[in-house]
Every structure is written in structure tokens, then in C-alpha cells.
Design a protein around this ligand. Structure first.
Ligand SMILES: Cc1cc2nc3c(=O)[nH]c(=O)nc-3n(C[C@H](O)[C@H](O)[C@H](O)COP(=O)(O)OP(=O)(O)OC[C@H]3O[C@@H](n4cnc5c(N)ncnc54)[C@H](O)[C@@H]3O)c2cc1C
Length: 395
């Protein structure tokens, strides 16, 4: 590994914010009065913004609140992978939940088509994605070689399940190793996605930043400096959902996921988002050569059940190792960060009315960029039409 390791800083800056769309974000006001609306959305990440789109599209007066900047949480600090399906690979999800797993896969691909149409190719790059068996490079020991062979068989099982359901998949064999290529998937800068969407919504909804919600009670959402009265309240907070709605303790649990970004100028090696070693390790490379790398969640599971969002030395050292395997050379790390996500016991995301008129969505198990928007739309249908959430969501 390179000698670029330094002690991780608390809540360090995220390299996705080094982007012209993000840099030109003028910000939104803080809520400083009491307002009345048809609906209030708490949390303006990708999921909350999807709920705002859906509610405003019905002609409703919508107020959206975020405690920080738009996409201050995981929605702006993640790997930027837009992958079809639930967090588990399709064949495993079908084994656990049956046909609803395939329905969720189709719903996420439809969501991706919709996002690409709304935001355009400068935000959503339809690159496809590669699932690798193992990590690039020769196995380092016998255990890694054995695991890779098992994972190659699992890639074949995944490909069979996708084909059986009419979802496009190809065998991948190349410089990075072997696995499967999923042509329908995509890549993005997640901050850019959220801020561009928020900018488009500015005239159809009232959005507020730096308006932390401290109480939700009887049709009222109270922030530090104001309040919203609304008969419909959608709480779209993935990580730390159980802090905003304590009744969800035991149903969703917050974990930390960590990433790093390398300096520019690495030779182009990743044609699209790549995830390996059972999907636990992942990387995306931008046009300027930077690698955005995350992973190791399974190796540090106990320590990562936390609401703390500081990167840690142990996880960062591991991710740096992954970055070097992916780059095929030493890397120079320039930024490290972490964010909170929510997990559920059975892997199904949550879409549930937890109090009259209050609907919570979250618990995407580490893969919420598309699933979160799907769940948010289901929350709006539940709130306004009383349509029960699809079976792939836990009600
Ligand atoms: C390092 C990392 C890598 C990841 N990689 C991927 C990936 O490549 N692909 C993928 O699909 N998923 C990935 N995920 C998961 C994904 O980022 C999340 O599931 C998704 O972004 C959740 O979005 P959200 O809008 O539901 O919630 P969040 O991003 O959690 O947004 C919640 C918003 O609510 C606000 N908020 C919280 N509490 C309050 C309050 N009390 N009052 C007001 N506002 C509040 C926060 O400021 C935040 O902006 C990753 C996550 C991490 C951390």
C-alpha cells in the first residue's frame, strides 16, 4: 500500500462535492415560520426528493425539509452506483422473498429510466456495471483463490436468474478478472443528482435546508426555528431513521459505510462501476482518473453498527488496499468520508405508516439510490390513495 495514510478526520469533505453543479448550488432558506401544507417531506436525499416530485406532481402544496444541505447524508456521499434490484443478488433475493424480488428489480430499472429522462446524460451515465468474482489481480492466498472459485459459480447463478426473468446480462472476462456485465445499470455523481433534482423542484415545492426536525406530532413537524402543519408527513431518512421515529427501533438499524477518493490521473481502468468480493467492495472511476472506492462492510460489521459518521483508520486501510487492487498500482488518497445507512432484518426496505398520516421509508441495506425512490413513490401512493405497498417493501 502507499504511504498516503493519514489519521481520518471527523466528517471529512466528500469528493463528490468537487463538482461544478454542486459548487454552483446557491442553497435554500431555513424554515423560520409556521406554514401549512398538504404534505411535508422530511429528508431531502434521493428518496425524499422523489417523494416531493410525486406529491407536487399531484398538484399538492409540498414542504420539504432537510437538517443540512440537500443530500447531506448518504444520498450525496455514496458510491454513485445505480444498480437494478434489491441489495441482495437477484437469485438470492428470489430465494428469500420469491417473485417480489423480481418485481423490485423491474421497479428499479423503471426508476432508472425515469431518472435518466429527467436529469439527462450529464448526470446519469448509462454505462452498465460489472460484478466481479473476487478482486482484480491474482489471488493473494489459497483462501482467496477458493472464495473466488465459489463466487464465479455464484456469478453464473446470478446470470441464470437474470436471463430467466428477461433481464439483460453478459459474461465479463477482461483485464479486471471474470464476472458478469449488467448493461442496464448506470453511474452518477450522487450529489449532482440530488442538487439538480432539487433545482428542478424549486418552483413546484417549498424546500428548506438547515431545518432539523426535532418533533413529529399530530400532523405537525417541528424544526429548531419553525413548524409545518400537514395531514401527510413522509419521513425519507435512510440512516438514523430510528432516531427520527423512535417507534422504528428494532425494525431498522443504522450502520456506517465508508469511502475514499484518490488523486486525479490514474490510468483509466474501470469502464463502469465495478463491485467485487460478493459485492462488498466497489469502485467507480471518473473521467479525470480519480477512483471512488468503498467496501469492507462485512469485515468490520460490529464496529460499523454506529450512528457516528467519522471515517476510521481500520476500515480506511482496508479500502485503500481495495483501491490498490483495483488500480493495479499504489494510489494517493486525497479524501476519506463516511455516512449512515439503514438495515432491516430480512433485507426488505421499509415503507410503513408508523403513526396516523406519518409514513416512513428507509432501510435500503446499503443500496438505496434507486430503491429509495421506488419506496418513496410507494409511500405517496399509500398516503394519498391508501394503496398498500408492494410485497417487496415491508409495511
Ligand atoms: C459510503 C456509501 C456508499 C453507498 N453506495 C451506494 C451505491 O453505490 N448505490 C446505492 O444504491 N446505494 C449506495 N449507498 C446507500 C445509499 O447512499 C442510501 O441508501 C441512499 O442514499 C439513501 O438516501 P435517502 O434519501 O433515503 O436517505 P439519506 O441520504 O439518509 O437522506 C436523509 C436526509 O435526511 C436528512 N435528515 C436526517 N435527519 C433529519 C432530521 N431530523 N431533520 C431533517 N432532516 C434530516 C439528512 O440530512 C439527509 O440529507 C451507499 C451508502 C454509503 C454511506
Amino acid at each position: 500500500m502507499s504511504n498516503s495514510r493519514s489519521a481520518p478526520r471527523r466528517d471529512s469533505a466528500c469528493a463528490w462535492d468537487d463538482d461544478p453543479v454542486v459548487a454552483s448550488w446557491e442553497g435554500l432558506p431555513r424554515l423560520e415560520q409556521t406554514v401549512t401544507a398538504d404534505a411535508c417531506v422530511v429528508g431531502l436525499g434521493g428518496s425524499g426528493l422523489a417523494a416531493v416530485v410525486e406529491l407536487a406532481g399531484r398538484g399538492l402544496r409540498v414542504v420539504g425539509l432537510d437538517g443540512g444541505r440537500v443530500a447531506a447524508g448518504a444520498a450525496g456521499r455514496n458510491g454513485g452506483f445505480l444498480l437494478g434490484g434489491p441489495s441482495a443478488f437477484l437469485h438470492s433475493a428470489v430465494e428469500a422473498w420469491g417473485a417480489p424480488a423480481v418485481e423490485l428489480y423491474r421497479a428499479t430499472l423503471a426508476e432508472l429510466d425515469h431518472l435518466a429522462a429527467v436529469l439527462g446524460p450529464d448526470v446519469i451515465a448509462r454505462t452498465g456495471s460489472i460484478r466481479l468474482a473476487g478482486l482484480p489481480g491474482a489471488p493473494r492466498d489459497a483462501a482467496e483463490a477458493r472464495d473466488r472459485a465459489v463466487e464465479e459459480a455464484d456469478c453464473a447463478a446470478l446470470a441464470a436468474a437474470l436471463r430467466d426473468n428477461g433481464i439483460r446480462v453478459e459474461h465479463y472476462e477482461g483485464e479486471l478478472g471474470t464476472g458478469v456485465y449488467l448493461p442496464d445499470d448506470a453511474a452518477m455523481n450522487p450529489s449532482r443528482r440530488a442538487l439538480k433534482l432539487a433545482a428542478l423542484l424549486r418552483h413546484s415545492a417549498e424546500l428548506y435546508e438547515h431545518s432539523n426536525v426535532r418533533l413529529i406530532d399530530n400532523g405537525r413537524v417541528v424544526t429548531d426555528h419553525g413548524a409545518v402543519h400537514a395531514p401527510v408527513i413522509i419521513v425519507a431518512v435512510d440512516g438514523r431513521l430510528e432516531q427520527v421515529l423512535p417507534e422504528l427501533r428494532g425494525r431498522v438499524r443504522t450502520a456506517r459505510l465508508q469511502m475514499l477518493c484518490t488523486a486525479e490521473g490514474l490510468p483509466r481502468r474501470l469502464p463502469c462501476p465495478v463491485y467485487g468480493r460478493w459485492g462488498y467492495d466497489y469502485a467507480q472511476q471518473t473521467a479525470d482518473g480519480r477512483l471512488f472506492v468503498g467496501g469492507g462492510r462485512d469485515l468490520f460489521a460490529d464496529a460499523e453498527w454506529t450512528t457516528d459518521t467519522s471515517p476510521t483508520t481500520a476500515v480506511q486501510h482496508y479500502i485503500e488496499y481495495v483501491a490498490e487492487r483495483i488500480a493495479g498500482r499504489p494510489v494517493d488518497v486525497v479524501q476519506r468520508w463516511a455516512a449512515s445507512v439503514g438495515y432491516t432484518d430480512d433485507g426488505r426496505p421499509l415503507c410503513a405508516e408508523t403513526r396516523p398520516g406519518v409514513i416512513a421509508v428507509g432501510g435500503y441495506n446499503g443500496t438505496g439510490n434507486l430503491v429509495g425512490a421506488v419506496a418513496a413513490r410507494a409511500a405517496v401512493a399509500l398516503a394519498l390513495d391508501r394503496t398498500p405497498p408492494p410485497a417487496y417493501l415491508a409495511g
